[in-house]
Design a protein around this ligand. Structure first.
Ligand code: DOR
Length: 451
């Protein structure tokens, strides 16, 4: 995005939430950047485009470090255009996308093709992970850490066939990766053994709540501890994705400042919002890998975030079509769409007394920016990109088929009324989503990293 036109916009009278503070001010935008944050009222002459956000809150836009947008190859489920548009409607201004596409993004060539697609199709800012396989360590070694968010390794299999199960390949990955390793941790052997046992015991009448026992606490713990041991052995930069159990929390350090941590952790919105109590009501709609576990795990994850054992909150947005999902446990793929409703769900946890607003902003914006060393994003700061979200905590949002923006057309939150509303989303200085509509212009840019 060039600054030739230098659009000058004033966002007036909002309550800002940033870096632990909550205060009223005006944000002045020039071109793509926040020019200043001020208490002086802006003149119409200097800022011809003005929005009065009295009574509304402004946060830095959410940086979602784990999404699956299915392009290329699986675009019957979702694509970059539809899902990045849904991001804006949910207040997500930047996303990092996963490599289990078709073909999988396991070579730098395939990865760059995804960047080219996004440069034409993405409404939000983006980065893409390179996938690890059992035999692509030479590709991984060539990665430029300033240009991609990280390498993704499936240490347990999930959607797609990117499992890295060869111990020598895992060793090489942790030894040589020049960039952060983002790991999906579920022990394959434990899951397979449980699957066999539950298939013979319950057959096709098995309930979805059994998913939590098959993809068990032990499966998560075993695999996460293995990843942590490897990272310690090789001093690698490890980020464990979607922590789902209380037991895994003991693997993480809460005393080291985030910028110095070598091992970090992510929690996902569905593990914070749902628990095994919801399987009976929602069934396939909340079948994820790792599985959604007990209510006490859910509450422990929330506390783990507050205690800084877990560093960031993401979505693991992983859409599948309705006919694919609406099947018996053994046939329904894992994953569901979330980006449009993730921030609203977290704000619900604020309304319920679980998170303060600064905690939400820390875990969805500042922490992912710091953890990945994203350049000039993730904070309301002068000179930073004007990526921000405007929310109303006193208006509500009803989720139904008519308002769902995902290509797959369903949501685990359908029928629910959130007690907040996303009023607007600014991307690189532009009101990309405002008054209930997404601007047709695509303002998304490739994110860069200061590493
Ligand atoms: O539930 C999941 N679905 N977990 C993953 O790790 C992958 C994702 C998908 O791509 O469908």
């Amino acid at each position: 995005m060039t600054n030739n036109t230098k659009r000058r916009i004033a966002l007036k009278n909002a309550t800002l939430v940033n870096e632990g503070r909550i205060w009223k001010a005006h944000i002045l935008i020039s071109g793509n950047l926040i020019e200043s944050i001020t208490l002086d009222p802006p003149s119409l002459e200097d800022y011809p485009e003005q929005y009065d956000f009295s009574g509304k809150y402004i946060f830095p836009g959410m940086i979602d470090d784990q999404v699956h947008f299915r392009e290329p190859g699986l675009t019957h489920k979702a694509d970059i255009e539809t899902e990045s548009r849904a991001c804006l409607m949910g207040g997500i201004t930047t996303y990092f996308e996963m490599p289990n596409t078709l073909p999988p993004a396991i070579t730098i060539d395939e990865l760059e093709k995804k960047y080219t697609l996004a440069s034409q199709k993405s409404f939000a800012n983006y980065s893409f992970y390179l996938g690890a396989s059992n035999d692509n360590i030479e590709e991984i070694k060539q990665v430029d850490p300033q240009k991609i968010c990280g390498v993704k390794v499936f240490m347990g299999s999930s959607t797609g066939n990117l499992l890295v199960d060869d111990p020598a390949s895992l060793d090489a990955l942790f030894k040589y990766s020049p960039v952060l390793i983002a790991a999906h941790c579920e022990d394959e052997m434990t899951v397979k053994t449980n699957e066999r046992e539950y298939r013979s015991k319950f057959g096709d009448t098995i309930g979805f709540e059994k998913h939590a026992e098959i993809r068990s606490v032990d499966a998560c713990y075993l695999s996460s501890s293995r990843a942590v041991a490897l990272a310690k052995k090789y001093q690698s930069r490890l980020h464990i994705l979607h922590i789902s159990t209380e037991k895994e929390l003991e693997l993480f350090d809460q005393t080291t400042p985030l910028s110095e941590k070598k091992i970090t952790a992510e929690a996902c919105v569905h593990h914070l919002f749902f628990s095994d109590k919801d399987y009976e009501r929602l069934g396939w709609k909340i079948k994820w890998n790792p599985s959604i576990k007990s209510e006490s795990d859910r509450l422990a994850l929330i506390q783990g975030l507050k205690d800084n054992k877990i560093d960031v909150i993401a979505t693991d947005h992983a859409p599948h079509t309705l006919p694919e999902k609406d099947q018996i446990l053994w046939n329904a793929p894992s994953g569901g769409p979330l980006v449009q409703h993730a921030l609203l769900a977290l704000l619900e946890l604020h309304h319920n007394g679980h998170f303060t607003l600064p905690e939400i902003v820390q875990k969805t914006s500042h922490a992912p920016a710091a953890l990945f060393r994203v350049e000039q994003r993730g904070y309301l700061r002068e000179g930073y990109f004007a990526d921000l979200v405007v929310v109303d905590l006193n208006a509500n949002t009803y989720v139904n088929k008519d308002t769902i923006a995902y290509k797959c057309g369903w949501s685990p939150f359908e029928g629910m009324r959130f007690s907040s509303q996303i009023v607007g989303t600014f991307v690189n200085g532009h009101p990309a989503y405002i008054n209930g509509s997404v601007e047709p212009v695509k303002y998304g840019e490739r994110v860069t990293f200061d590493r």
